[in-house]
Write a protein that binds this ligand. Structure first.
Ligand code: GDP
Length: 612
């Protein structure tokens, strides 16, 4: 070990050896790995021109930069990489179809509906479901399970399409953020009477970033003032050029309300998928896919809707889904009918898991229960470690880097538990959008569906977090522990209430803001020289009162001559006074000698300002 070159800061240097760090690691994590003092790494980064705190999560580039400087080969490992390695240790490869070309069969496209609020996403999803659902003949009643499948006829062939039943790009991006690319194709809904709006273009950005083709549904064509051509013209600016304008994007005029144009829309989806995508999967392997929604059902226990991506899922299969595992006890489709097997692109509700997975968790059918359990347990352990890692070290940051921190950042940490993962995500999205300025951070350190467990409370203790229960209650043991340790658990059943309270809590945590309140003014009538004190202003109090030790400034013809002064002495005749009121004469010392007759001394104090 030798001292590094940077600014003489002491930190161990490597000799090119590899260190692995999780994505989003902090300098503290880095310091841990190499046995260094986090403070030294902060200083080195400062020398390298980056100001970061020890516990702040930094980018891959920063980790690499620091690694290069200290001669370590930094490998940034994403959670997905870690999971892949875990599965590999069980000889499981997630995301790959087994076999070769000949084993692949065409599968239906999986579609997400996006677009601006109120342009009719929900209505469109409902309309399509109501008219075309696959299992309608079976006489079932439609159930909202997070996805459904419809069939349509294109060129004399029956084709299926799977719709993800949660509109909007929050669900889409939340899943993508977790590495779960479920969507093959996006339907962009644009209301013909409203045209392109901010969320329209956001949706285009998301779809483009994901490399997912777009079919445009120009909705509400039944409305007066609807101008479908204008929508086409507007969207050309965003690279979506309709076929009739010489482009290759399918635009379909629809009315979700009247149910018109829906068949054409379905056809456009199939044609676009055929033209632009090669959607095939091997149905003859152990099933793999993604959980798209999950909740805790009072009677049935954990229920998860999974989208099979490859392979075939059957009753009795041992599966692992995120940190949950179990055996498929029963499967239900979007009409509530029992299903024995689910092939690629088929969404089904699965019963039999030990816990509630999160939306975006992958699920894998494995050879036996033991493997499922081991994978689930290792994932749970890893998650717990990562959570602990995230919460550790805040205090030391404040101790060591007080001087580096300009107005230390305070943080409100939350653990959100809810009845369904969808509502947890919606709540989290809403909470992190609360605007309380830069001074306070809100961080969700754990989220999940299901009851509040002892483990949640333990995490809250370890990290000073508040637990939010949305339509869920704590287990008895968890409640006892929380009571004993003074962990704050708050219950809500309405999202906006939760948001309001958290907002209030955040405001309460804000360091008080101060504002200046004027106390009084005095006009200087005479200047006395007093030995040891200096010049004293013989003054008349013009307004309010002059208070000893209050803050003061000196004004000359309305201009501040000197600020940041203090009323250091105050006298009425020969006696010291603590305050002198309006209309009285007094001698004021403000520790400033260039005072002149006619100047005004203004005094004020700083008062805490209530947050609005
Ligand atoms: P979302 O926010 O995109 O999910 O929009 P909604 O599906 O909730 O629809 C917003 C409003 O537009 C609702 O009042 C719908 O009834 C109405 N709406 C949706 N589609 C149509 C349509 O095709 N024609 C008309 N006239 N109204 C529609």
């Amino acid at each position: 070990m030798q001292a590094p070159s940077v600014g003489g800061v002491q930190a161990p240097r490597g000799n090119g050896q590899t260190i692995r760090l999780p994505r989003g690691a902090s300098l503290s994590d880095f310091a841990d790995k190499i046995g260094a003092n986090p403070a030294s790494l902060v200083q080195i980064m400062l020398h390298l021109g980056e100001m970061v705190t020890a516990t702040q999560s930094v980018t891959d580039e920063t980790l690499q930069l620091l690694g290069a400087e200290l001669n370590f080969d930094v490998q940034v490992v994403s959670p997905e990489d870690e999971d892949r390695e875990l599965l590999e240790s069980f000889s499981i490869e997630f995301g790959e179809d087994e076999g070769d070309e000949a084993d692949l069969e065409v599968r239906p496209p999986v579609v997400t509906v996006m677009g601006h609020v109120d342009h009719g996403k929900t209505k469109l999803l409902d309309a399509i479901r109501d008219t075309n659902i696959v299992a309608r003949e079976a006489g079932g009643i439609t159930q909202h399970i997070g996805a459904y499948q419809v069939k349509t006829e294109v060129d004399g062939q029956e084709r299926k399409i799977t719709f993800i039943d949660t509109p909007g790009h929050e669900a889409f991006t939340a899943m993508r953020a977790r590495g779960a690319d479920t969507t093959d194709l996006v339907i962009l809904v644009v209301a013909a009477d409203d045209g392109v709006k901010p969320q329209t273009t956001e949706a285009i950005d998301h779809a483009t970033a994901a490399g997912v083709p777009i079919v445009v549904a120009v909705n509400k064509v039944d409305k007066e003032g609807a101008d479908p051509q204008k929508v086409r013209a507007q969207l050309t600016e965003y690279g979506l050029v309709a076929e009739e304008y010489g482009g290759d994007t399918q635009f379909v005029d629809v009315s979700a309300k009247q149910g018109t144009g829906l068949d054409s829309l379905l056809e456009a989806i199939v044609l676009t998928a055929d033209a632009e995508l090669d959607l095939r999967a091997n149905p003859n392997m152990s099933a793999q896919g993604i959980a798209i929604e999950a909740n805790l059902d009072r009677g049935r226990g954990p229920v998860a809707t999974v989208l099979v991506q490859r392979g075939t899922l059957r009753i009795g299969d041992s599966i692992v889904c995120g940190e949950a595992y179990g055996r498929v006890r029963a499967m239900l489709d979007d009409t509530g009918n029992n299903v024995d097997e689910a092939t690629p692109s088929r969404p089904v509700q699965v019963l039999g898991l030990t816990a509630v997975p999160r939306a975006g968790d992958n699920f894998i059918a494995v050879d036996d229960d033991r493997v499922a359990r081991q994978i689930a347990q290792q994932r749970a352990a890893r998650l717990r470690n990562a959570e602990l890692l995230k919460t550790r070290g805040r205090r030391t940051l404040e101790d060591i880097f007080k001087d580096l921190e300009k107005g230390a950042v305070e943080e409100l940490r939350l653990i959100i538990k809810g009845d369904v993962s969808g509502s947890v995500e919606a709540l989290e999205d809403a909470l992190v959008k609360i605007d309380v300025g830069d001074e306070v951070d809100l961080r969700v350190i754990r989220r999940g569906a299901g009851a509040i467990t002892q483990d949640d409370v333990n995490l809250a203790i370890a990290s000073d977090a508040i637990i939010i229960g949305f339509n869920v209650r704590p287990e008895t043991k968890a409640r006892e522990l929380a009571d004993r340790e003074g962990v704050d658990i708050r219950f809500y059943s309405v999202i906006y209430q939760a948001i309001e309270e958290v907002e209030a809590a955040l405001k309460g945590m804000l360091k008080p803001e101060f504002e200046e309140v004027q106390l009084g003014t005095a006009e200087i009538r005479e200047v006395f020289k007093v030995p040891k004190i200096g010049n004293v202003a013989g003054s008349l109090v013009r307004s309010g009162k002059i208070v000893r030790n209050s803050k003061a400034r000196l004004l000359r013809e309305g201009v501040v001559v000197s600020d940041n002064l203090t009323v250091s002495s105050l006298r009425r005749f020969k006696d010291d006074a603590t305050e002198v009121r309006e209309g009285f004469e007094c001698g004021i010392g403000i520790g400033y000698s260039d005072i002149r007759v006619g100047d005004v001394i203004e005094t004020f104090e700083m008062q805490e300002k209530p947050r609005v």
